[in-house]
Design a protein around this ligand. Structure first.
Ligand code: EPU
Length: 428
């Protein structure tokens, strides 16, 4: 296991090229199960989650090739296996995205139930409800979801996929993929509008699917009898871009994220202005400038797109730890997604929590300490806070961060940060 040792206090200056989005590439790779032809993703990021998804696909009989220039090609077997085991699904909940494509292509899917995760209950009832509406028979057996399509295949239907908190991103994706090969037309009401859903839709269109309404809460899919291979570059990772921009604001200096889509981060840009940071944007870049000043306290509430993303909540909290006053952070998507909170407190932050609301009393000084990463975005927040903490911070269990950030230490070092990755002999 590795750890990151960070000496705080360095200003950042430079550019970070943004890679393909983790949450787009995982479902796109799962979509390879919809055909026996090759699906190529030339800009697949080198993340451990991508490797895990490739292992899932191999387990299902697919051939997977990584190109030396980055990128992945997948070719599903003519008769894919139907079972995805607990070991891989438990590593990465995104593996549940194979359920819809596998079921519609082969008539049967057995996928381990993902169970809870560190930020609380993460149900998949919406996935199951959607597939049932298309005619699937579902049961839970020995911890597995066993899904079977009728002999004559899934049948299009009109259905509602909303949840108490908005809509389900991967639930919408699963049903959308299943509907591409169903008979007749499916209309999804209450579809998730996240850019990653639209991106998957664009990949499916390139594979020959017929889909209307992408990016809106009403998606219509006309089933076709078969799909073909395609080459699809996934959209840039808005969360990776947002994380480096927060790094610039926290540490002081100038950070430009290139190859990103500023329109996917307009809520973050807006919050930066309110917090007193200058943000410039071009067609495919965003730049934050800061002289290391303390932020103005700025509240955020996480919401479905285009609201403030839950995947940037922890990083924003890191920024607010040094604000000149009290900020309220409200987590509406995952009310328990606060594992970073006690670790930020170890760095000197003053944060209290009342159910889904974190009350952050900004303080001038953070100081380095040993902290433990507990999930992907929580780890990112700890690295960000360490950039401005006095002295040395050691972030243990950084394998979490490698799930979603490609070579984060290298990118931050290129910007001027003092970070070292080492084997962790003593860590928890
Ligand atoms: N929900 C239900 N029932 C369901 C599914 C979801 O009630 O069947 C609720 C959840 O409890 C939550 C809300 O709906 O309150 C949204 O959950 P969603 O299903 O949209 O989350 P997801 O699809 O499992 C994806 C990302 C997450 C990201 C969320 C929210 C992938 C692989 N994962 O998860 O990304 O936080 O959408 O935007 O796309 C991350 O990258 O760090 C990450 C956790």
């Amino acid at each position: 296991m590795d750890k990151l040792t960070i000496r705080g206090g360095r200003r950042l200056d430079g550019e970070v090229p943004i890679g393909g989005a983790k949450n787009a590439v995982l479902p796109v790779l799962a979509a390879s199960l919809l055909t026996d032809q090759v699906l190529e993703v030339p800009n697949a990021p080198r993340l451990s989650d991508v490797r895990t998804m490739c292992e899932v696909l191999r387990e299902l009989g697919s051939g997977v090739e990584f190109s030396s220039r980055g990128g992945v090609s997948v070719q599903s077997a003519q008769r894919p296996a139907s079972r995805t085991g607990w070991d891989l699904v438990r590593k990465m909940r995104g593996s549940v995205c194979v359920l819809g494509p596998l079921l519609t292509r082969t008539g049967r899917a057995e996928v381990s139930l993902p169970g809870g995760c560190v930020f609380g209950v993460r149900p998949i009832d919406v996935h199951l409800k959607g597939l049932e509406a298309l005619g699937a028979q579902l049961r839970i057996d020995h911890g597995y979801i066993i899904a079977e399509a009728p002999r004559s295949g899934l049948v299009g239907a009109e259905l509602f996929l909303g949840t108490a908190f908005g809509s389900s991103v991967t639930g919408t994706m699963n049903v959308m993929m299943a509907a591409t090969l169903a008979k007749g037309t499916t209309v999804i009401h209450g579809a998730a509008c996240e850019p990653e859903v639209e991106d998957l839709g664009n990949c499916l269109l390139a594979m020959g699917a017929r889909i209307h309404g992408l990016g809106s809460p009403r998606i219509e899919i006309e089933g076709v009898t078969e799909l073909k291979g395609a080459t699809h570059a996934v959209l840039p990772d808005r969360i990776e871009a947002g994380t480096y921009l927060v790094a610039g604001a926290i540490a002081g200096g100038r950070v430009r994220t290139t190859g990103c889509r500023p329109q996917h981060l307009s809520v973050l840009t807006d919050r930066f202005f309110e917090a007193g940071y200058a943000v410039e944007r071009g067609p495919d870049w965003l730049e934050v400038r800061s002289d290391g000043q303390r932020a103005r306290p700025t509240d955020v509430t996480t919401q479905p797109f285009p609201g403030f993303p839950t995947d940037l909540q922890a990083q924003w909290m890191a920024l607010m730890c040094r604000a000149e006053g009290v900020s309220l952070i409200t987590e509406r998507i995952y009310p328990d997604r606060y594992m970073h909170l006690p670790e930020l407190v170890r760095l000197g932050a003053r944060i209290r929590r009342q159910e889904a609301v974190a009350i952050v009393q900004g303080t001038e000084r953070l100081s380095g300490a040993h902290v433990t990463a507990s999930d992907l975005r929580a780890s990112a927040a700890l690295v960000l806070a360490a950039l401005v903490a006095e002295g040395e911070t050691q972030v243990h269990r950084v394998y979490h961060i490698d799930r979603g950030y490609e070579r984060i230490e290298e990118r931050l070092v290129n910007l001027g940060a003092d970070i070292l990755r080492e084997r962790d002999e003593e860590g928890p």
